[in-house]
Design a protein around this ligand. Structure first.
Ligand SMILES: [Zn+2]
Ligand SMILES: [Zn+2]
Length: 212
């Protein structure tokens, strides 16, 4: 049984998700901590629950979703994993920060490896399937667990909204088509954990999302 702990970090209110099961093995998705107190909040949770971090996954490589990767790499010795298309299309995190007018230094931590669409990532007794859903960025991934009925969806879809497509490699038509094809095809009751804002589910968005 997977426990999903979420944190809200940095100037962009990114949802960082820490998933762990009964083995105490854990996966960190979109580590966005940037302030000292955010790093402490994360490491306190890991320590309190005696977790072993197995993977650092990125739904995509926008700076608000990767700015904690330097901390995780330093403290836990884990390098990030993401889809290759984002590495090729996006500026470095530091260049993105400059674009958004942010003065903090955001280190560019090289990826451990590339995640490909449909691959299965395991931790403890659990697994996540990577689903490629381009449009917000070319390499945007959702991490899906069919058995427990949830997906961590990054900035692809939000409650009653969808991801912006005006950044590097974004494409609104591609995004909407990919959401219909890959998200709305999941079972109705699947819970969607987005990169910003509250969780939702497939049936709610298929009925009420004005962009779909
Ligand atoms: Zn994004
Ligand atoms: Zn974001």
């Amino acid at each position: 049984m997977i426990t999903i702990q979420s944190f809200e970090f940095n100037y962009f209110s990114v949802n960082t998700y820490l998933l762990h099961d009964e083995t105490r093995e854990a996966v960190l998705i979109d580590c966005g901590c940037i302030r000292k107190e955010e790093e402490l909040e994360l490491s306190n949770y890991v320590n309190t629950h005696k977790l072993t971090l197995k993977h650092l996954l990125c739904t995509h490589l926008h700076m608000d979703h990767v700015c904690g990767n330097g901390f995780v790499s330093k403290i836990y010795g884990l390098k990030p994993q993401a889809h290759k298309a984002d590495v090729e299309a996006l500026p470095t995190p530091q260049e993105q920060a400059r674009f958004f007018g942010i003065s903090d230094r955001i280190p560019n931590i090289p990826l451990a490896r590339h995640i490909v669409g449909n691959e299965v990532i395991t931790f403890g007794h659990s697994e996540l399937q990577a689903i490629l859903i381009p449009g917000h960025s070319p390499g945007s991934l959702a991490f899906y667990n069919r058995k427990e009925g949830f997906a961590v969806t990054g900035d692809v879809i939000f409650k009653r909204s969808v991801g912006r497509t005006d950044l590097w490699g974004g494409d609104h038509e591609v995004l909407i088509a990919a959401i219909k094809d890959k998200i709305l095809a999941l079972p109705d009751e699947t819970i969607l954990y987005p990169g910003h804002g509250p969780a939702t589910n497939v049936i709610e968005e298929s009925l009420n999302n004005p962009f779909l």
